[in-house]
Design a protein around this ligand. Sequence first.
Ligand SMILES: [Zn+2]
Length: 239
Amino acid sequence: MQVAVKSTFRSNERDARSSSPGVADRGALTSRVGPNTLIQTVAALRERMGPGWAIHLSARAGLPDPLPRDMVEEHFFARLVKVLFEELETEDAEGILAASGVGTGRYVLRHRIPGFVRLGLRLLPARLSLRVLLSAIRRHAWTFAGSSDFTARMTPDGAEFTLAPSLVCVTAQAGRPMGDYYARAVETLVRALVSSKARVTEEACTATGAERCRFRIVLAPLPSHATKDVPTEDTCASS
Ligand SMILES: [Zn+2]
């Protein structure tokens, strides 16, 4: 079951073959990320701030027009994050990136994971399902992590993953954890496929001096004082 599920978790295989960064590319600005980093962030920007801001900040970031549908060089995403934090209130920039993460997770659910795989993951025991999902995320991590080094492991209460350096967090430089884009994207997947009560929180961040951004995935709800509140609409319906 595990092999079947892992082998059918689709990335954009054509792009993966042509653009997957090798070891030599790690850390270089030529690394690529999925187009959803731009598409979902601009959509969230338009939704939250209006089309005028979306046009203005897209131009300031030098984004291609129209936005590409194939893998994009990660510096475009870094530029977009930079201008978000330069021109908007920090809370607005954070909210846009969090919404972009949810949008990215929903896109992956609808377009990159076949229906029978979604069903299989939901039928498995939660920890086994999380292990399989985490393995798939690890294999495709470069599509959202770009040149960042990605690690993931199971823990007694769920799992954790790390990014170093996280493109968003090193770019935002806002003095507090900034990895909501990644947390909400993974949380959307885990809630839809493993446990609707799962939560993902960033517990260490390069924006506050940590060597790696570390994200904790908890399958059971944490005490309310231990995490930030997350809007209920983050719970993603199956597609
Ligand atoms: Zn971070």
